[in-house]
Every structure is written in structure tokens, then in C-alpha cells.
Design a protein around this ligand. Structure first.
Ligand code: PEP
Ligand code: MG
Length: 326
């Protein structure tokens, strides 16, 4: 199997009926970058910047942040990287973050963009580090846990302030700055029309989105058997997002764990996703699955199944489909 995946490294994830799916990888540290070449990933669909903060014993200084981002950009060698701004809080605690409040419900509490908009120094330092690291190159910044449009407006405003600060001080800026959001809070699904003028891309964070749509704690083993991303209800919600993004011409990807499982990746492409980001180790198996499928055929049948069946049937349907179609 490993040899098969190795042999596929430089081949596209092209289905039998000629549809290309972009396979990106999730990363968070410099060490992950060595897997970029080895896996044949088309880029980094999610760079979790909080990892540098989680492995440190104090807040990483601005220069250390910049150094990390520069190294990652160099190693990506022109392939796109979506840098997600700090997603701390919730299950990602920093022991050295004093005055962090005790929260009954941290997943729905003071985390990610909420925290960084309240602690603007943290956000602005990170943005400045990103802008400096990406000078002369394309930079994509992705905002986590966005719930309301105003959060994007505030974040954009802070990013623009950092841009003008750097310009005023004679620094070169990135050649292009794209700003996108993670869609992981369901409220955004009903704000898509307003999103379209404000963001350059959307990436679905299916781990959190599932947790919030299904009210099922992603980290609680007592409900682990309910955390099934192939739930018909959830696939319908995802398909709704795909259709809205097509209608509004917003570039869309998905970067939750479900993209790492070949059967789920097939389902995601079946409902219309064309860019998926996953763990590097999954790129080979997922690519192999795509190269073996007639996507239009799968898509027709899957969409019919989603319209007419319940949760169990989708998994059975996909397993059955994979079986009968090799
Ligand atoms: C997600 O929520 O799906 C996601 C990719 O972000 P994280 O797992 O880091 O919360
Ligand atoms: Mg998330």
C-alpha cells in the first residue's frame, strides 16, 4: 500500500471521469513541512498557528512567530498556505495564560477570534508577524470560530491597520492578502450572502461544525458513538453550504478530520467539495480512492440517498458502493 501511495505522489487526485480534487494537508509546526513533499499535498489547507503557542512555555515573541511563518512559507515553495489565526481557548489551553477564566462550557466560550478580538495585542502581533514573513508573496489569513459578520469586519480593520503601520515604516507588504473564515459555527450558514463581499474564501471546520450542529461534544467519549460525520443531517447541512458557495462564487474547502478518511472524503466530493485538507498521512489513501471512482455516478446516487434515507443508510450505501465499484 505504501508503495502504491508513493507512486501516486506526483499524480493528481483525478477521478475516473476526469474530475480533479485538490488535496491539501493540515499542519502546525515546522516539522510537519517535511511531509509536504513526501505526501504530494497541493498546499496547506489549515496551518494551526496555536500549536507554536501550545508547545511553548511562555507566549512566543513576535520575532519567533515571524521566523516560524517565514520558514513555513519557504518550505511550501510557492504552494498555498492558509494560516489560521490563533485558536486558543476551548480545548486548547495555554498553561502560562494567566487570568484565563474558568468556563463551564469552554467550547462555546472565550476562544479563537473571540479571545483575540478582546486581546487585540495578541492578534495584532500575530498579524504583523504574518505580514512581515510573507513580504512580496501571497498571504492567506483564516479566522477561526467566526459567529457574526462584525467579527470579520473588526478583524479586517485590525489587519488593515497593521498593513498601514508596516507601510508607514517602510516595510514591503505581501503581494496579495486574502482573508477568509472557517465555517465552524452554524450561525454563519444564515449569513452567507453577507459573507460573499467580505471574505476571499471559506473553509469548513467539520470537527467544530458537527459538534455545534449536532450538539455533540467532539472530545467526550460518552457521546463518541454519536459523533458520526456521515450523518445524513450533517451531510445535508454541508451540501447546503457547497451550493451557497457555488451560487455566490466563494472558494470553498473543508479541513476537519473527516476529510482524512477515504470513505468520508468520497462523500464530501460526492456532495460537491473540490478542495479538502487532511492529515498528511491520509493524502495517499484518499488519492487512491478518488482515482478509482466515477464521481458523477457516485454523486447522483449519494445525493439521492441523502434526500431519502436516514443516517445508517449513508454509511452502508458508501461501503456498498465502494465494494461493488472496486
Ligand atoms: C475543525 O474544527 O474542524 C478544525 C479544523 O479546527 P480544530 O480541529 O483545530 O478546532
Ligand atoms: Mg475548529
Amino acid at each position: 500500500r505504501q508503495e502504491l501511495y508513493q507512486a501516486l505522489r506526483d499524480k493528481p487526485a483525478r477521478t475516473r471521469d476526469g474530475i480533479d480534487v485538490r488535496l491539501m494537508m493540515n499542519a502546525g509546526l515546522v516539522v510537519d513541512m517535511s511531509q509536504m513533499e513526501a505526501s504530494g499535498a497541493d498546499g496547506i489547507g489549515l496551518f494551526r498557528t496555536e500549536l507554536q503557542f501550545m508547545v511553548a512555555s511562555t507566549f512566543p515573541r513576535a520575532d519567533r512567530q515571524e521566523e516560524l511563518y517565514r520558514e513555513v512559507i519557504e518550505k511550501a515553495d510557492g504552494k498555498p498556505i492558509l494560516f489560521r489565526t490563533l485558536d486558543i481557548g476551548g480545548d486548547k489551553v495555554l498553561p502560562y495564560f494567566r487570568n484565563a477564566p474558568h468556563e463551564e462550557n469552554p467550547a462555546m466560550g472565550w476562544r479563537a477570534i473571540r479571545l483575540t478580538l478582546d486581546r487585540q495585542g495578541l492578534f495584532r502581533t500575530q498579524i504583523r508577524a504574518l505580514l512581515r514573513a510573507a513580504r512580496g508573496q501571497k498571504l492567506s489569513i483564516m479566522l477561526p470560530m467566526v459567529t457574526e459578520i462584525t467579527e470579520i469586519e473588526q478583524a479586517r480593520d485590525l489587519i488593515e491597520r497593521e498593513e498601514s503601520y508596516l507601510k508607514r515604516h517602510g516595510y514591503d507588504l505581501p503581494s496579495e492578502i486574502r482573508i477568509g473564515v472557517m465555517l465552524e459555527v452554524p450561525s454563519l450558514i444564515w449569513q452567507m450572502d453577507r459573507l460573499s463581499g467580505l471574505v476571499d474564501f471559506i473553509s469548513v471546520g467539520s470537527n467544530d461544525l458537527f459538534q455545534f450542529i449536532m450538539a455533540t461534544d467532539r472530545g467526550n467519549p460518552m457521546v463518541g458513538n454519536r459523533f458520526d460525520s456521515l450523518s445524513c443531517t450533517f451531510l445535508r447541512a454541508l451540501r447546503h453550504i457547497v451550493r451557497d458557495c457555488e451560487r455566490l462564487s466563494i472558494p470553498l474547502s473543508l479541513c476537519g478530520e473527516m476529510a482524512s478518511r477515504p470513505i468520508m472524503a468520497l462523500a464530501l466530493a460526492g456532495i460537491g467539495f473540490r478542495t479538502l485538507s487532511m492529515s498528511a498521512a491520509s493524502i495517499g489513501p484518499v488519492k487512491a480512492a478518488f482515482r478509482d471512482v466515477e464521481l458523477n455516478d457516485l454523486s447522483d446516487k449519494l445525493n439521492a440517498a441523502i434526500d431519502h434515507s436516514d443516517k445508517q443508510d449513508i454509511r452502508a450505501f458508501l461501503a456498498d458502493y465502494a465494494e461493488t465499484n472496486g
